[in-house]
Write a protein that binds this ligand. Structure first.
Ligand code: CP
Ligand code: NVA
Length: 302
């Protein structure tokens, strides 16, 4: 049975740390000019139903660094339309060594994984974005030299990005707080279960200032995700008090950094002053998608 990574919940704490350590090692080697062809002849398929810059290019580049190659498959291969997901998964996984999927519905990725003989990696669904969270944790660890003593505050929507980040933080014992308007928060059972499993401090509040108090990392994402375009105007109103700006950053710790998965909307979820300012690490964070995913590939392919 192939090992799939559809959510960070699929990984144990030690497995996440092993991936981060491989990522750091491969990043260090790359900076020294070393690109080891660990997987010559390996082929990775990328099945994307939504647009992407970071996920697509970092996976394709990472696989080439490791000696393999990739096939970018758009919608025209027709998974779940032209033929059943079952037939699709059985056939595709008989050609390639690994599948990365970005899909509208998490359920379709789960179904694909059930019929795949090779590892399936979630490259973003409506439910989770585990590869993003791996890069986020790598960025926090690099910035402070350790995850110990950090606190992550996410200000904004309870979405795919904040969900994966919450799970990653909880598993690694990093206190996590999220602030968003009522009606746009996680179902209470999600945090209760996660707290019970990990013992990590997790807070959900409607007050962004409460969330960022004591935070060494302040994180946000767009208010309307891909697929929520019709809700954009309403969400802009509901989230108006949740912009990460200089005033909110001033309520976090002095050393606090700002993170955003990108793409960002300056003047909405974040002010230009913050995302383009001294505390911002968003470009390093985006670069770390490459290194974190190479760590994930190396961990999955052995
Ligand atoms: N953060 C992220 O996943 O970016 P893309 O949508 O460009 O892949
Ligand atoms: N929450 C965003 C993340 C994009 C990388 C979305 O799903 O559109």
């Amino acid at each position: 049975m192939a090992r799939h990574v559809l959510a960070l919940a699929d990984l144990k704490r030690d497995e996440i740390l092993a991936i981060l350590n491989l990522a750091s090692e491969l990043k260090h080697k790359l900076k020294m000019g070393v690109r080891e062809a660990l997987y010559p002849g390996y082929v990775m398929a990328l099945l994307f139903e939504k647009p992407s810059l970071r996920t697509r290019v970092s996976f394709e580049t990472g696989m080439r660094h490791l000696g393999g190659s990739s096939l970018f498959l758009g919608d025209d291969v027709g998974w779940g339309g032209r033929e059943s997901i079952e037939d699709f998964g059985r056939v595709l996984s008989s050609y390639v060594d690994l599948i990365v999927v970005r899909a509208k519905s998490h359920g379709s990725v789960e179904e694909l994984s059930r019929h795949s003989k090779v590892p399936v990696i979630n490259g973003l669904t409506d439910y989770s974005h585990p590869c993003q969270a791996l890069a986020d944790l790598l960025t926090v660890r690099e910035n402070f030299g350790t995850l110990d003593g950090q606190k992550v505050a996410f200000v904004g929507d309870a979405n795919n990005v904040s969900r994966s980040l919450a799970v990653g933080c909880a598993k690694l014992g990093v206190p996590f707080a999220i602030a968003g308007p009522a009606g746009y928060q996680f179902e209470p059972s999600f945090f209760e279960r996660l707290k019970g499993e990990t013992g990590t401090e997790l807070v959900a509040t409607t007050d962004p200032f409460e969330a960022v108090r004591g935070a060494t990392v302040v994180y946000t994402d767009v208010w309307a995700s891909m697929g929520q375009e019709a809700e954009q105007a309403e969400r802009r109103e509901r989230f108006a008090d949740y912009q990460v700006n200089e005033r909110l950053m001033g309520a976090a710790t002095k050393e606090a950094i700002f993170l955003h998965c990108l793409p960002a909307h300056r003047g909405e979820e974040v002010s230009a002053g913050v995302i383009d300012g001294a505390a911002s690490r968003v470009i390093e964070q985006a670069e770390n998608r490459l290194h974190a995913q190479k760590g994930l590939l190396a961990w999955l392919l052995g």
